[in-house]
Ligand binder design. Structure first.
Ligand code: TYD
Length: 223
């Protein structure tokens, strides 16, 4: 699939370094927007499809076989290609509001900035795999690396959480560069604040973005 045309719904992604509370916040936003009457679908990467959920333990399992950087990038991207085709595009085309915990920017941040793979090649790969599907809004839940990792109990740490601090610092700095390069799409939120406050700020940002795009509850985007 090579087309980059925009489906009708609204696509919000959550990104950021480890321990920023993405999954808690994405569910809070989903509940708040559903209360406002929006048709909301929440999903995650890697995952969101049967194939994606099968790929997930290969990538995140702590006792798995060693994975080379390109193999890692391609597996995350393979799960994403399936997700776009099977879930994201059809739901957006039906006019739904889709909230996704991580998307293509995670591959740029972790495999590009973190592992050092060539960013242009990764970008091109993402375009191919997603047919050019880009989020309408990306929330960057930002917090210092040490603070984020300290929030994840050791038994819950996945293969990537266990990377070096230097790796996580590169990922965090990478996110800041990605956000700075596309300020129209990215909104940064301080994830160190208390949960309620972070949730309030995200709802405010999403509401403004939906309003600017002309997306209203129980109604498809007019443009
Ligand atoms: P996730 O399940 O999102 O949990 P958390 O964000 O709470 O740690 O973790 C997925 C891990 O996979 C996370 O360490 C980021 C990493 N990842 C990549 O390296 N590249 C990708 O393309 C994606 C989607 C995730």
């Amino acid at each position: 699939m090579e087309t980059a045309d925009k489906p009708g719904g609204f696509f919000i992604t959550f990104e950021g370094p480890e321990g920023g509370g993405k999954s808690t916040q994405i569910h809070r936003l989903a509940a708040a927007l559903a209360d406002h009457g929006y048709p909301v679908w929440t999903t995650r990467e890697p995952g969101g499809t049967r194939v994606g959920e099968m790929i997930r333990p290969i990538l995140l399992g702590r006792q798995g076989a060693p994975i080379t950087p390109w193999s890692e990038a391609l597996l995350f991207t393979a799960a994403r290609a399936q997700h776009v085709e099977e879930v994201l595009r059809p739901r957006l085309e039906r006019g739904e509001l889709v909230l996704c915990d991580r998307y293509a920017d995670s591959t740029l941040a972790y495999q590009g900035y973190g592992r050092g793979l060539d960013l242009d090649t990764l970008r091109q790969l993402q375009r191919q795999a997603t047919g050019g599907l880009q989020p309408d809004l990306t929330i960057l839940l930002n917090l210092p690396v040490q603070a984020g990792l300290a929030r994840i109990p050791r038994p819950n740490q996945d293969r990537l959480d266990q990377e070096t601090e230097a790796f996580h610092q590169r990922v965090r700095a990478g996110y800041q560069q990605l956000a700075a390069a596309d300020p129209g799409r990215w909104r940064e939120v301080d994830a160190s604040a208390v949960e309620e406050r972070v949730a309030g700020r995200i709802l405010e940002l999403a509401t403004v973005a939906l309003g600017q795009a002309g997306v209203r509850p129980a109604q498809r985007r007019s443009a």
